[in-house]
Design a protein around this ligand. Sequence first.
Ligand code: GLU
Length: 448
Amino acid sequence: MTTITRFAPSPTGHLHVGNIRTALHNWLLAKKNGGRFLLRIDDTDAARSREEYVDAIRANLAWLGLEPDAEERQSQRLEKYEAAFAALKEAGRVYPAYETAQELELKRKIQLGRGLPPIYDRGALALTDEQRKANEAAGTAPHWRFRLDHEEPIRWEDGVRGPQEFDATQLSDPVIRRADGSWLYMLPSAVDDLDMGITDVLRGEDHVSNTAVQIQMFTALIAALRPAQQIPRFAHEALLVGKEGKLSKRLGSLGCDAFRERDIEPETLIALLARLGTSQPVEPIADRERIVETFDLATFGRAPAKFDDTELDRLNAAIVHQMAFEDVADRLPAGMDEAGWHAVRPNLAHIGEAGGWWRLVTGPIAPPRLEEEDRAYLAEAAATLEWSDDPWHSLTNALKSRTGRKGKQLFMPLRQALTGLDHGPDMSELLPLIGEDEVRARLERAAA
Ligand code: GLU
C-alpha cells in the first residue's frame, strides 16, 4: 500500500518551527516510502481562518522545498462531514447536548474540587425525549457529542511511543459540532483521513488523547460507511522546546519569515529539524536525498526535542560552505562569479555576508594598519610581483627567499596591504580576482 501522509495546518496563523517540523517529518515519511504527501487546510473555523495564512503556508512549504503532491481544503468538503454525521447519528454514536459553557465549567470545577478528573458526566445522554424536546422548545440549539464506546480499551501501536492503551471511561465524549452547526476538528479530520487514504498520521504528542478518541471515530465510520477501509497508523513525536527546556512563546512565533530575515538557508532548517529529537546526530547535510534516506521514525526519542539557535547558526555556516554557485548566484553581489564565490564561501556564516567580502575584490578597501618596518617590505613586494596563474604563491615564495621572512611576518603585511584586514578569504584565491594592476597599486599605496 502506498504511503500517504498529510500535513494539516489550521490557517489561523503563520507556521512556526514546530509546525514546520511536523510538515517536514510527514514529507520525509512519504518520500522515504515512495509515497505521497498531502497538504490539508483545516479551515472549518470560518471566523478564524484567513486566506492570507493559506497563501503563506503554501509559500513557506515551497521555500522549504516541501511541496505537497496535492492540496485539500476542509471548507470544500462540508457535505462529507454532514454525511458522516448522519451515519454516526443513525448508528447512535452522536447525541445532542444542551449545557451552556458556564454549566460545563461549573461541573468541571465541582469535579476538580472533589479531586475527580474533569470528565463529561454524560448528562445530555441521560436526557429523555421529553427533556430534549423541552430544551428545543426553549430555543436552545444543541451542540453534538460523539459517544465513546466504554466497553473496550482503546489500543494502538504508536510509531514513536510504542504500544498505547487508553481507558475510554477516562475520556470525555468529545464535542464534534457546535450549536451553530460548525465543526470541531476531530470528526472532519477522521473523515478526511479515510477519504484521502491516509496511511500514516504523524503529529505532535499533544494529539495523543485525540488519537484515542479518533480511533473510535474511525472504527465507527468504517463500520457505518467504509467497510473496506483501515484505520491509519499513528505516530506522535515529542514536542519541540526551547533550549531552556520549556515550550517558549518565542518558538511559537518563530517562522519562515524570521529565518529568512536571519539569512538561514531552508536546507539548514531541514537538516536540523530532520534530526533533532532523534538518536541520529544533527549534521550539516545539504543533500536532501540523504536526509530522506536516513529518516527513520524508530530513531525518534520520547524526550522533548530542544531547539537551539546557536546550533542553527553553526549548521548554517557548514551548509553554506557546501553550496554550489548555481544555487546561490541570484543572491550574490553583482559581478561576483564562480571563482569569487569559491574564494569567499569558506568565510561565510550566511550568504548575505558575501557582499562584504566581495568588496575586498572590488574595493575600496580600508586603509591598512602597518608597522613602519613593513613599508619597505611591501615596496619590495610590489617590485617582486610577477603575474602568473598563481601569483600569490610565486610572490610569497620569492619574498621568502629574498627577505628571509616567514609565517605571519611574511604573510600578514601582504594581507593587510591587499585587503585592509588581518583575516579573510584565501589570498591565493583573492589575487586573481583583484587582478594584477590593482594588486600592484595596493602594494605600492601601502608602501608609500
Ligand atoms: N488542524 C489540526 C492541528 O493543526 C491537525 C492535527 C492533525 O494533524 O490531525 O492541530
